[in-house]
Design a protein around this ligand. Sequence first.
Ligand code: 3H9
Length: 679
Amino acid sequence: MPSPISTEKQGNVLVVTSDNPPVNALGQAVRQGLKEAIEQAGSDSDVEAVVIRCDGRTFFAGADITEFGKPPQGPSLPEVCDAIEASDKPVVAAIHGTALGGGCEVALACHYRIAVADAKLGLPEVKLGLIPGAAGTQRLPRLVGAEAALPLVVMGNPIPAKKAQGIGLVDHIVTDGDLKDAAISFAQSKIGADIPRTSEMTNNQDGVKNPDIFDDFRAKNGRKLRGFDAPNAGIAAVKAAGEMSFAEGVKKERELFTQLMMGTQSAAMQHYFFAERAANKIDDVPSDTKLIDVKKVGIIGAGTMGGGIAMNFLSAGIPVTMLEMKQDALDRGTGVMRKNYENTAKRGRMTEEQVEGAMNLLTPTLSYDDLADCDLVIEAVYENMDVKKEVFAKLDEVVKDGAILASNTSYLDIDEIATATKRPGYVIGLHFFSPANVMKLLEVVRGEKTRDDVLATAMKLSKTIGKVAAVSGVCPGFIGNRMLSKRQEQANQLILEGANYWEVDDVLLEFGFPMGPFQMGDLAGLDIGWHRDPNKVTTVREALCAAGRFGQKAGKGFYDYDEARNRTPSDEVKKIIADFAEKEGNEQRDISKDEIRERLLYPMVNEGAKILDEGMAQRASDIDVVWINGYGWPLYTGGPMFWADTIGLKTVVDGLKKHDLPVSDYLAKKAEAGERFNK
Ligand code: 3H9
């Protein structure tokens, strides 16, 4: 196999180029090639400077994640970085695309970094449950200071070249001309100058002078970091960079990195990294399927859902025509969208021009005829089969042939909806999650007759609008809500058997969910779907509505809420539940947290197994993608199916049996055979 690293001499500069598609990951052959290239530069007296660059779409995007967990093969990345930094000839990193993780560490080991304006640099290892492992946590603070290094190491979000220049991570931005030529000239200009080595710099002392920055950072980001191991390790490593020598700091980084690599969180998060990418692929749809060009989108319904969906397209620069039945509803909807954009602008995440740009792409209308030339229409109307069918029949009449008609239904039968049209092949489910402009998940529901190009277009479009998509077959509630209903069933039952409802919520919070089922009910409104007859009480929820406890918006639901929306358990609710349980003849008993957790989560795994068995999900990891992005399942456990693999399917089966809960044949067989859901 030819080496992915090649070298060429351009005058007195050795240009070292990596060509390792798709993202120039730093696999063994790349590391070997880089090390040899540096040795070549060192031993060739004609060479006076070095440029390291990449062909293809990006600079090194990091270590090769597929090598993790396999026996290490030298040279290691830290060795390569040390060799680069030790060069007595100036080495320049020429960055385009993304310099991420190990790629950023290679750049940090170089003596200079120049980048094109749209390049990004970052240390996203925390997103894989790790910290940088090739001295990134030690070199970066020495170069840019601990305070500037913290967000990069601990949050893992890449920054644009301009911002990187602002903190001293990039020396020069190439705004015109060829990056390679600019890098060669830049390298030549540094010949004979003192060589700046990041490991020898002292900007890291800001954290020693003001150690509060570490606690302040932790306090500021506590909510986002809750439950994750790697961010704390990242903070410790950056702190060590100020307190220890470079060699000791590197040792500390290695210890922390190794600990994380051996833990369950990094395995789970690496699983998720590949799961997200796999979910966008459809096994039986050829990857070269010709896509439908979506230049204009129609949305039916300007409520919370319709407006949120519309914003996704507007933000991506795609014009939207939004239909409502009444002018005031239309005005209200567009008003809310504008306000949402303006709030984003206030938080500095959008400029005023971008707000206007997005809103200018919106055409509100009261007439179906204005949807005629849309390439995709998504309905977000009332969740009722007759209403949906009526809307689809109407759309089929007015919208041009070859356009996609999508429903945002969260549980209705897409195939039945499609029968209202003469183009069932063009009908698909696009289930957005509320708030639709924020939540990452898009459940793409493939009807029996949905055409390949319609499906492939939906998957591509999901990327364009920044969503993570997973495909579901047609079944009630699809993947996400179908599994949720099993959890809710148990939650409702548990409180009738004597578990306190706040304990049920707390168990899920402790597991890592952002909220529990009863908090979620309060937030959504307990009166959703309520028949409004206070004398007819068949569930606890109806009993709460009958008592005027409609949820957070009413200041009381399962919980009492203060002005700041802090929740406290309510004695009134406890009594309502106890009365209801007595009426139903439920005996009360103490229920342990373990039982609560097992009864909430194991039935979801069992339902996931059935979904797989029925072919409603293509792969177990798609289910994980749905639950992590749509329902707040903690990322660091890898999603319900990966979590079940981690604790063992036999544990799940035994737990279900212990609580007299059903076990599907598929799950039972897999557990019996000692298999996992994910390979
Ligand atoms: C690290 O560096 C540790 C070091 O500190 C210490 C070492 C000692 N490895 O995302 P895409 C694949 S940890 C292997 O669809 P995009 C990916 O699976 C690493 N494979 O493209 C996909 O394969 P497929 C730190 C990788 O344009 C294909 O490339 N770095 C890697 O939307 C295309 O990827 C990171 O965490 C990899 N590192 O986005 C960066 N990266 O086609 C991870 C990608 O078969 N990568 N692949 O599905 C990314 O964030 C994005 O891939 C990137 C491109 C932004 C680069």
